[in-house]
Ligand binder design. Sequence first.
Ligand code: PMP
Length: 707
Amino acid sequence: MSVDPVAVAAEHFGVVGTATALPGYLDENHKIETADGSRYVLKISASVSPLQDEMLKAIADRTPYQTSGLVGSTNLEDGRSARLLTWVDGMAFADAGRPPSLARAIGVAAGEVANALAPLEGGAPAGISTWDLASGVETIRSMAPAIDDERRRTIVLDAADLLDTLDFAALPHQVIHNDLSDDNVLVAGGAVAGVIDVADAVWSARIAEAAVAATYVMHHQEDPLSVACDLVGGFASVVDVTTDEAAAIWPLIMARMAISVVHSASGPRDNIHRTKSEAGGWDILERFHAGDSTMMRTELSTAAGHPVTSTETTSVLERRHRLLGPPLSLAYEEPINVVRGSGVHLYDERGRRYLDCVNNVAHVGHSNPTVVAAASLQAAVLNINTRYLHDEVLRYAGRITATMPDGLDVVFLTNSGSEANELAIRLVRAATGNYDVACLEGGYHGNTTTLVEIGPYKFAPGKVPEPWVHVLPSPSLGTGYDEAARRVLAGVPALAGLIAESIQGSAGQIVPASGVLASAYESVRRRGGLAIADEVQTGLGRVGSAFWSFELHGVVPDVVTLGKPMGNGHPVGAVVTSRQIGEALGGEYFNTFGGNPVSAAVANAVLDVIEDEALQANAAKVGSYLMAELETLAGRRLQITDVRGAGLFVGVELASADVAGALVEHAKANGVLITAAGNVLKIKPPLVFSEQDADRVVAAIDAGLAS
Ligand code: PMP
């Protein structure tokens, strides 16, 4: 039932102009522009209360903000009312880039609007609007079935339960605008300029004015809780917020966000104004639901001027120090309490989002739904060791050997990279009858007794390698490598093998110089040894132009070890080798968990996602984009002395380890997680990384170096 807005404006209000449709939830809104440049809003509504005009007048008279003035109103033939309002300049917060710096000013505006409306008496509906938090519990519970996803349904129902704990009726009540959303707060010149759309006014809890504004200002923010706290602080600077009101803010925010998404799920999907807040709302709800409710409630109450003395006696950090092994290290000066991961993002207990460029284990993205589904489905059916026949592990072994050079055709499944490398060492010793092992300077291969002896990366300062360990020079050494390696191996008649990464990870993304790996393999084979390629960090498509990083060097190893990304976080590792080497071990190799059906299902799902989402190609594309951008940055920022890597396995070498350490902390403060090995920044994100994500890392490094 639409009317001709141009005709209505001309016939009823004498305003001749052109019409453009504007957003409207229930009302039909049109912008009318006349030839002389005057602008109006024509609002066609099913019902209008006299209160709306009183509210507009109160806001205009008692706040510094512009709002619509009533030019005239009339009833249309179809029974609806048409009102012509003056245009308000400014841009909706949602369209103005959502600057978090404006949050406090929006809070002040919400407080001033609430104060302006406080003297208004009657006419406002109470508890009947499905947007009124007074009836939020019933609204959410009755509309939640429209949400298909069970997990999301739980989130909104939990919000209803939380709201149900409040004594809502006891909170101070008055007329409130009830929809100071990101569309209805207009900003200009870095300040709040106007407030529009009083159609949702209700007689309700005053503090809901702040909670509603906070709900929408948080959408799409990296650190939504801080933004909400700024807003609440602004509100409390002009409104005398009571202790009970302060404590109600958190439940009211969660409930309003839930009310918003249940409306989106229930309403007609073709009305963009019903669904435009949906993605932003779910994003925040999911973050907050996983977060620490007590902490968020406390922070918001404190921001409103009512600090809550925490009942929590010991922090997670204190408990960790008390309970976990002392040598376990923690990242960052102020460690992050992560509570959720999704795709390329991690979230802390207050819903803050971080771009994760560290966790290469989450190869196909944190909490990848395909992987999660595979794990839970198989876990619900059967989990058992490999002494029984089971197809899932065979399917995996077949798929993984198909990606390897001919001859590497048997698989041992393990639970970690360390276990895989430990077995690889046993295999090469058994197959050759030799004992000594060569490794590369800077290498790391795992945490077992044997592997720490062949992991120079973790050697204590001044450590002399065991007599059976021969540390070849760093593969970054180009010319002269052969000679240097020969010196190390002089007097070593026989070797069991060499263990080497084809791009070193822990050492700082060290790409072997051309020909170095081939030459190292050759010198070891001349002494009867076998070559173990440790693909724990670099395998499964990460390096972009190849599925395995040894392929970049034209070498064919005798044994390949895998780990980290195989299970996307579920513990899975593997050794792939020839039948002959595999048989050399003799006796039985038993592994209680290795190759169990759940792990195999997970590992198969990871391969599915790599294939279905073409993640190797993405690593190649986004990786070259990232490296090119970093090289451009290196032209401007001279503290960058080298950019290297392959695909999404990138190193940025800086002038000193101090600069690198400071930069890691700075980037974290900017919401970007990177790690450093000495003076090298390491970037090895989930492969679902995009060019925009790459831009964000480069900007964070740039900002860090600028400071
Ligand atoms: N090899 C390499 C190259 C590694 O980087 C690591 C772990 N950092 C390992 C082996 C050991 O794997 P895990 O920690 O799964 O035992």
